[in-house]
Design a binder for this molecule. Structure first.
Ligand SMILES: [Zn+2]
Length: 96
C-alpha cells in the first residue's frame, strides 16, 4: 500500500497562510497495481474566505499515483479489460 504525502499550500486567491482546517479525511483507492491511501484536507482562508484543498498532495506523489492508472475507485479494482467489461455489460443488459 502506498500513501500520498501532503505539503503546505497557501491560499490560491490572496496568498495567505492563515487557514482554518474544516475537514480532514482519507480514502483508500485501488489503482492498477497498488492500493493508495489518499488523504485530503479542506481549509478556509481567514483573510479572503476562499475554500480549498490544503495541505495538498506533493506533485511527485501525484505523478506516481497517476502513473499507476488514470482512474480508480475506492477499494474497488476496476475491470479495464474489454472482455471483462463486455461480460459485465451482458450480465446487466436488458437487451438479449
Ligand atoms: Zn485567501
Amino acid at each position: 500500500m502506498k500513501k500520498i504525502t501532503l505539503q503546505p499550500r497557501s491560499c490560491e486567491c490572496c496568498g495567505g497562510n492563515d487557514l482554518d482546517q474544516v475537514l480532514q479525511s482519507q480514502s483508500s483507492v485501488k489503482r492498477t497495481s497498488d492500493t493508495w491511501i489518499f488523504p485530503f484536507s479542506v481549509a478556509v482562508c481567514r483573510n479572503c474566505g476562499f475554500c480549498f484543498n490544503s495541505p495538498g498532495p506533493k506533485q511527485e506523489d501525484l505523478i506516481r499515483y497517476y502513473s499507476d492508472g488514470i482512474s480508480g475507485s475506492k477499494d474497488i479494482g476496476l475491470p479495464y479489460s474489454i472482455d471483462t467489461r463486455i461480460a459485465v455489460l451482458e450480465r446487466y443488459s436488458s437487451i438479449t
